[in-house]
Design a protein around this ligand. Sequence first.
Ligand SMILES: Cc1cc2nc3c(=O)[nH]c(=O)nc-3n(C[C@H](O)[C@H](O)[C@H](O)COP(=O)(O)O)c2cc1C
Length: 295
Amino acid sequence: MGFFDRFFHPNTTNEPFVDSPMRDNWYQASSYWPSSFALITTVDEEGNTNIGPYQLTFPFEVIGGRSFIVCSRQGSNTETNIHQVKKCALNFVEFDKSWIKKIVRLGYPGQTTLEKMEDNPFTLIDSPTEGRAQDPLFPKILKEAFQVYECTFDSEQSIRDDGKTPEYMVLRIDNILLKKTWQENIENGTTRMPRMPIAYGFRDGHKFWFAEHKKPFWVPTPTDKGPKEEAVLYEANRLEPDSVQFTRAACKQLTGVPKPFIKTVLKGIIKQAKADGVALVDEDYVKKINDERNS
Ligand SMILES: Cc1cc2nc3c(=O)[nH]c(=O)nc-3n(C[C@H](O)[C@H](O)[C@H](O)COP(=O)(O)O)c2cc1C
């Protein structure tokens, strides 16, 4: 916070806590909840792609299964289309104030797809995923997005359907599309973050709050806490998760490798494991490779 903000921003540290009345949509009507939001594209009955803005989009299954949960009011175009067609794409865009105003317009309830798309600031393009451009069930995606999750509705994971609550939809992530720069950023050690807008929700019947954040920064994870092999294990099992995995004991063997070299060493072991047809690298296998290299 700069000097100006600090000066005018209320300092509440010494205030007592008071109850906030519980309302529907409590996250925005009784409290403060900052989050990203997705522009969900789906296909309507006539084959038109619809864009709906959704803040309540959260990662759900994160290890093994990969899914997202979306909470939508009943009867939105997005909810209707997802239940009918089962396919959707969650498009994430960077901060641009002129887009934000148009996004709020896309979030005005009661518009048909054709009505709302007249004012759409985004370019709809075919999915680059094989087979999707030709198939009218798959929605188009936004050219301006930096990231897109292409999803399929998971009807087996229904959370609650009493006809009164919003629709809680679990969406299985078929694939994650990133613009090249952002994909390489992750692969090469993440040196920056996209400038994602932050949504603070709908207030007082007539306004939507948003924020642009400052340049993100990172802090190192503590090296004096927990088992030493944790960082090695994390790195090892995300390199080629579908072909070679490492046991914790194997990673313990590698904690002496200096940090700048660990990725290269792990890649070397994976290459060797693949050549040997080994899918699980354990302590004995690391020892064996070490012995071979040292002999
Ligand atoms: C930034 C933003 C976030 C929103 N988040 C949600 C949400 O999480 N759930 C919801 O039901 N509506 C949300 N809305 C309202 C929907 O966008 C609105 O219901 C809209 O009609 C949905 O479009 P659709 O009918 O084309 O799906 C949001 C609106 C905006 C502008």
